[in-house]
Design a protein around this ligand. Structure first.
Ligand SMILES: C[S@@+](CC[C@H](N)C(=O)[O-])C[C@H]1O[C@@H](n2cnc3c(N)ncnc32)[C@H](O)[C@@H]1O
Length: 471
């Protein structure tokens, strides 16, 4: 009896429950909410399944929207439309897997998916649920699958699973690399760790992973990509602060800044847009300087504090609009200028789509101009806070030039006391799972142990280091 109870509690929840969870994620995304925060609205026991299904849906979202337009004879209520989009995306994924001999990746049988989507709609909409409409559209898809897939394969937005304005912008910004960027956006990013050299050594940590039979690849000076993702509680040494989760490209920021500076324990670094604190912690792990972290979102600022406490590090964390310097500068540092500034500015996040596919559908074209304005304002207001001879690292996790090279060119035109130092500039997303010969970079045979830059697998970023001229 006891054994039966244990077995049943381990059983996966029914698919309709998970589809209801995916429906929440999709509706929230359409209202501009990121998946990372809307997942909190889903019951904990459903989250792993809902996350996997949501990723699958988001990676076929454009194709599902096209199929929806081809199949739906009328405009159904939003709730119903979203169930149709979810199931179409999953059917399209199966169809693509079959074509590429990956049928074994199918989550469930087709008829189960159709039945369970109808069940989920009934549970959500009650007796008035238009199950007949949903059933008819899904059956039509199955009947006309090859013709619909043919149309999907002709449509740019569906081919790249990307809004057309985004494709146009990439074509314009990176005429030789836009396809490679869009290809990378389809590939799931690995879970990457940053080893905390204040707590362990790289060799010791690698040995620890080996002892636990956890497969990994070292992809940067202190960056380790796990072959399979693990919940943080199961990552050896995570709770003890030996490692943090951080993309290898994101780790490059602190390397670039510290490499350009000569800092002592009396130096003060401003981390201007700091939450959730990945770079704040990396700065403290890699240098003896003091760090002041400023973040305007109080809830996100709490994450800096919890990260630092897990790592047993300390920084002055301030909740303020970094660009409104009057509100925090005197309290932070008695209006003394900083030796270095890290400005990880708010941006479109167009470089981290492989990790967060919801960004593609949450972001609107008109957001870019307003983000560019915010970034310019942060640069303008923080520049006077840097000492002469000090260095400022401007970075964004964006591959759009407006938020990277164009932004910095404009800044350099206005600020004659700013010198552009050798910097990585735009760094494109790049995956380890792409065969070496097809990578559009030349560093595939670099020796990792001696490597300072760049990583072997990374999200997309922009990095510029500016020095303030001495008068
Ligand atoms: C790209 S994230 C920073 C990531 C962080 N540096 C890390 O490595 O973990 C940008 C952060 O800037 C914050 N932010 C945006 N505008 C800000 C402002 N004017 N002042 C302070 N923080 C701001 C956002 O709330 C967000 O947490």
């Amino acid at each position: 009896m006891k054994t039966n109870q244990t077995n049943s509690s381990l059983q996966a929840p029914p698919l309709w429950q998970q589809l209801l969870g995916v429906h929440i994620i999709l509706s929230q995304m359409q209202n501009g909410k990121p998946m990372s925060s809307s997942m909190e609205l889903v019951s904990v026991h459903l989250r792993p399944g809902v996350q996997a299904l949501s990723y699958a849906v988001l990676r076929h979202y454009a194709s599902a929207q096209l199929a929806f337009r081809l199949l739906a004879s009328r405009n159904p209520p939003k709730e119903l439309a979203n169930f149709l989009i979810i199931s179409l995306a999953l059917l399209i994924q199966d169809s693509k897997n079959r074509l590429t001999d990956q049928a074994h990746l199918q989550f469930y049988q087709t008829h189960t998916l159709v039945d369970q989507t109808i069940e989920a709609l009934k549970r959500k909409a009650g007796p008035k649920a238009q199950t007949g409409f949903l059933n008819a559209c899904l059956r039509s898809f199955l009947r006309e699958e090859s013709a619909i897939m043919h149309q999907i394969n002709q449509d740019d937005s569906s081919i790249w699973n990307c809004p057309t304005w985004w494709i146009d912008r990439l074509q314009n910004d990176h005429p030789h690399q836009w396809q490679a960027i869009l290809e990378q956006n389809q590939i799931k990013a690995p879970l990457t760790l940053r080893v905390n050299l204040k707590k362990t050594t790289l060799a010791q940590y690698k040995a620890q992973l080996e002892q636990h039979s956890i497969a990994f690849t070292q992809i940067g000076p202190i960056a380790i990509a796990l072959a399979d993702p693990l919940p943080v509680e199961r990552i050896p040494g995570f709770m003890q602060g030996q490692v943090s989760v951080q993309d290898a490209g994101a780790q490059w920021a602190v390397d670039c800044l510290l490499d350009a500076c000569t800092l002592t324990q009396d130096s003060i670094i401003l981390d201007a847009c700091a939450a959730p604190g990945g770079k704040t912690a990396h700065l403290l792990e890699s240098s003896s300087a003091q760090v002041i972290a400023v973040e305007m979102d109080a809830q996100r600022a709490e994450r800096i504090i919890s990260t630092l406490s897990r790592l047993e590090l300390s920084a002055k964390v301030m909740i303020a609009d970094a660009s409104y310097t009057k509100s925090w500068w005197s309290q932070a540092n008695n209006e003394q200028q900083f030796d270095a500034i890290l400005l990880d500015a708010p941006c479109s996040a167009s470089g981290i789509v492989r990790r967060h596919p919801d960004i593609l559908w949450q972001r609107r074209e008109q957001d870019i101009a307003s983000l560019v304005k915010q970034q310019a304002h942060l640069l303008k207001t923080l520049w006077p806070l840097l000492k002469e001879g000090g260095k400022l690292l401007y970075c964004t996790c964006s591959v759009f030039k407006a938020e990277g090279s164009d932004q910095i060119e404009q800044f350099l035109r206005k600020y004659k006391d700013a010198i552009y130092l050798s910097s990585p500039g735009h760094v494109m997303p790049k995956s380890l799972s792409v065969p070496q010969e097809s990578k559009n970079t030349s560093e595939s045979d670099i020796k990792i142990e001696n490597l300072k830059y760049p990583p072997l697998d990374q999200d997309g970023f922009f990095y510029a280091i500016l020095e303030k001229k001495s008068s």
